[in-house]
Design a protein around this ligand. Structure first.
Ligand SMILES: [Zn+2]
Length: 236
């Protein structure tokens, strides 16, 4: 009898001990699982949503960058060939060109190297080439040799001077001309009847013309610009 009691007593202790031991395991297990699932789901949901909204805005801004040119023409003039460039703005020196163009030819005359100017200057050149330059050279000019165009610098490269018209895209410097015969005439060496006549005819299409004998800064090139200042054209 005492042995049976002892066995039953052990069995009761063991089962009770097992029951007590298993109970906390069951109750603890479900608790960490919902915490893990709740924490993990919102993290990936936020990240993909932020990216697609930013990218279409960047792509939508791109088509406005290259200003398209029809058949290689710029400035709404079929006879002015070249490419439209990005706006030029300088934080120092006051240089600024809102709509610069790089012009390769005007009215069939090559510009070499292709100058960077604005459309006001390009249109003035187109008028001058037809009405001043080609008549002075009996329509023999095939190329203009460009000495300078857009350049962010003070007038006459003198520090402290006001920004040059070159820094505004308004100006072009021409050093000489190539003719159909293959001959090249330069302002420095050949400032004779023909170049003088062409230079004189630029006063009108351009607001300012300067050449050899004007101010000492233009002995080897002629300077034309479409300055926005008031008053009469300044032609020397
Ligand atoms: Zn100049």
């Amino acid at each position: 009898m005492s042995v049976r009691r002892a066995v039953w007593g052990l069995m009761l202790v063991c089962t009770a001990g097992l029951a007590h031991a298993e109970a906390p395991k069951r109750s603890l297990l479900p608790q960490p699982r919902p915490q893990l699932t709740v924490v993990s789901t919102p993290v990936p949901a936020v990240r993909p949503a932020a990216r697609p909204t930013a990218r279409p805005q960047e792509l939508a801004a791109q088509p406005s960058k290259p200003r398209a040119t029809r058949k290689g023409s710029v400035c709404n003039n079929a006879n002015i060939k070249g490419t439209a460039l990005q706006p030029i703005a300088s934080r120092t020196g006051g240089c600024n060109v809102a709509e610069p163009v790089q012009v390769t030819s005007i009215n069939g005359v090559r510009l070499s190297p292709a100058p960077t100017i604005n459309c006001d200057a390009a249109q003035a050149l187109a008028i001058w080439i037809d009405q001043g330059l080609q008549p002075a050279f009996q329509n023999q000019v095939v190329q203009m040799n460009i000495a300078d165009s857009y350049s962010c610098r003070p007038r006459n490269n003198v520090r402290g001077n006001k920004v040059s018209e070159h820094g505004l895209g308004n100006a072009i410097d021409i050093g000489g001309f190539a003719l159909k015969s293959g001959k090249t005439v330069t302002v420095a060496v050949n400032f004779g009847r023909q170049i003088r006549a062409a230079h004189k005819a630029a006063c009108g299409p351009f607001r300012t013309t300067l050449g050899p004998g004007s101010d000492g800064y233009h002995e080897d090139h002629i300077h034309f610009d479409v300055s926005k200042r008031g008053g009469n054209p300044y032609c020397r």
